[in-house]
Design a binder for this molecule. Structure first.
Ligand code: 13P
Length: 256
């Protein structure tokens, strides 16, 4: 990471875990653990049903609350979907878009990711955009091309001003939930490809100011080594974000 140039952001992605009661308990436990230094931003992206409880539990603390997805239309006949305006009205500041689980299991495409990014940004949400290759693509030697393509399509129509509200998370799909973390070098390289792609679109300064997270089996043990890399400006953390002490240890690693 490079704190002079950009914000370090540690974000949790709870996925389909935690009831509202459990969310409240976890955040209450976490709060005292991360008091003090504020060298990084702390975000918890939670299931939609947990948002009111999480926002209430985080009130007055440094923890910002995010959602795990958003629909691209403002309103209408889209059963089960949630709009950016609805999220904002509940106190949500961030939203994850294009997570590989949405791409794999719910038919998300680069084109719908782009539509969601545009809708979220124009409504005033901050976006955590996820990109990442699957193992077959890495084995074929096309990781860099995949990352560049996903990044470019997702950012179509995003202005330089709007880019300031975008974080990109490089999440190699083979590292998610598998315990097989990328090496710090692999994380730095993938994040570097994302930054280079953004540089080609928005210029050097915008790319250097962009927060690029790494995600995929990041935990309290490996976080410091990953975050030591120049291009790793934080983490998007799944499993380890469900346990207050583990998540707090990652925040501490980011504040060293
Ligand atoms: P894990 O940390 O559980 O591997 O999940 C990473 C992830 O998908 C975060 O979005």
């Amino acid at each position: 990471m490079n704190r002079r140039k950009r914000r370090t952001v540690i974000a949790g992605n709870w996925k389909m875990n935690m009831t509202p009661v459990e969310a409240t308990a976890m955040i209450k436990e976490l709060r005292p653990m991360i008091k003090g230094r504020r060298a990084c931003d702390v975000v918890l992206c939670v299931p939609a049903i947990d948002i009111p409880a999480a926002v209430a539990a985080a009130k007055g603390s440094r923890i910002k609350i995010g959602a795990e997805n958003v629909h691209f239309e403002e309103k209408g006949a889209f059963t089960g979907e949630i709009s950016a305006k609805m999220l904002l009205s509940c106190g949500v500041e961030y939203v994850i878009i294009g997570h590989s689980e949405r791409r794999q299991y719910f038919g998300e495409t680069d084109a719908t990711v782009n539509k969601r990014v545009l809708a979220a940004l124009s409504a005033g949400l901050k976006v955590i955009l996820c990109v990442g290759e699957v193992l077959e693509q890495r084995d074929l030697g096309i990781t860099n091309e995949i990352l560049a393509m996903q990044t470019k399509i997702a950012l179509q129509g995003v202005s330089a001003e709007q880019l300031k509200n975008v974080i990109i998370a490089y999440e190699p799909v083979w590292a998610i939930g598998t315990g097989r973390v990328a090496t710090p070098e692999q994380a730095d390289e993938g994040n570097g490809v994302v930054r280079k792609t953004v540089e080609a679109l928005y210029g050097h300064d915008a790319a250097e100011a962009l927060t690029v997270q790494y995600g995929g089996s990041m935990n309290e043990k490996n976080a410091a080594d990953l975050l030591a890399k120049y291009n790793v400006d934080g983490g998007l953390i799944g499993g380890a974000s469900l346990v207050a002490s583990k998540f707090a240890a990652i925040v501490a690693a980011a504040e060293k």
